[in-house]
Ligand binder design. Structure first.
Ligand code: BT5
Length: 310
């Protein structure tokens, strides 16, 4: 949201406050205040103008201004009712030189998973991509994926969903997938140029509208519909807080992961590794004890095996 408009909104939220008072405090004209109020109303903020001045009655349920209002993280939020892919849009913004932008959508028509897989994104979900330019080497990018999984898991747990993380980036309830993360970046040998962390949460959607090739679930199925604005704000605040100091990520991830202690099969680009997942190491590799010794796996698809599986 434009900075002056955000300040007008903050004043009204702390109100009731008269237009002339806002104009004086912010050093703008009364006409400008009125224009900002009209724009806020058009964005869905219900603002009463009574004798005591402007009063904030309600905020929109979802959308860019709604998520930005009261957000405890330094992101601008660009909202789309429908978009092909928030990751694709965030990449375009990266090329334009932007940073600290969250692209958020109600629905995606071309949502993407890893390795060119598709990602179903019907209306009612939380589909978002966080564009940032962290001053770190590209090798540390996996820590952001783990941070996103932690932030997502914390946020959905606050909403009452019993979620945990399957290495590296799946948020599951039991063995059913609730959310996925797709991290993309561009960088040189020693520094990330831009990083896009895409997070898709099956929030207020029916599981019947999602693919059936793997077990899936939604917040709606688990606990009923959630306040998407609150969930998104909580997720973004947690992600920001974790990524300010990446050393916090692994301890937080270990606490929320269901992979550690499990027998796993990891499909890596070159081979299949089977063993016991014993730890995760910075910036995000999985340590697996196999029959041939200890392996550290940096990327791949992980499957939890039941003890009886070969
Ligand atoms: C992921 O890929 O889990 C990463 C998903 C990232 C999606 C977000 S939404 C916002 C942003 N914009 C984008 O375009 N993408 C990101 P992967 O681990 O490869 O899982 C993909 C597989 O999950 C598919 O092949 C399906 O089997 C399954 N799948 C597809 N849609 C799903 C959904 N909504 N919920 C659960 N599973 C799904």
């Amino acid at each position: 949201m434009q900075e002056t408009r955000a300040r007008v909104l903050d004043r009204i939220a702390a109100g009731p406050v008269g237009g002339p008072q806002i104009a004086e405090d912010l050093g703008i004209s009364r006409a400008a205040v009125w224009k900002h109020v009209e724009a806020l109303r058009a964005a869905g903020f219900e603002i009463d103008s009574a004798e005591a001045g402007y009063e904030l009655i309600s905020i929109p349920e979802f959308g860019g201004p709604a998520v930005e209002f009261g957000l405890d993280a330094p992101y601008e939020v660009e909202y789309h009712e429908t978009i092909d892919s928030t990751n694709a849009r965030a990449r375009d913004l990266a090329v334009d030189g932007r940073a600290n932008v969250v692209v958020l959508a109600d629905a995606q028509t071309g949502g993407r998973g890893r390795l060119d897989r598709g990602w179903s994104s019907p209306s009612g979900g939380i589909w978002l991509s966080i564009l940032s330019r962290p001053q770190v080497p590209p090798a540390q990018a996996p820590a952001y994926t783990l941070a996103a999984a932690v932030a997502t898991t914390r946020a959905v747990r606050e909403a009452g969903v019993d979620a945990s993380i399957k290495w590296p980036n799946d948020v599951l309830v039991g063995d059913r997938k609730l959310a996925g993360i797709l991290t993309e970046m561009e960088g040189e040998a020693d520094r990330v140029s831009w990083l896009v962390v895409g997070i898709g949460i099956n929030a207020n959607v029916d599981a019947a509208d999602l693919p059936t090739d793997r077990p899936v679930t939604t917040v709606r199925e688990e606990v009923g519909d959630v306040d998407r604005r609150e969930l998104t704000q909580s997720l973004l605040a947690a992600f920001h807080e974790l990524t300010v100091d990446l050393q916090q990520v692994l301890p937080a991830w270990r606490k929320l992961s269901s992979t550690l202690g499990q027998r796993v099969r990891v499909e890596t680009p070159g081979e299949e590794i089977v063993g016991d997942a014993v730890d995760v190491r910075f910036p995000g590799s999985l340590v697996v004890e196999t029959a041939e010794g200890t392996r550290e796996v940096t990327a791949g698809d992980c499957e939890h095996l039941r003890p009886a599986d070969p």
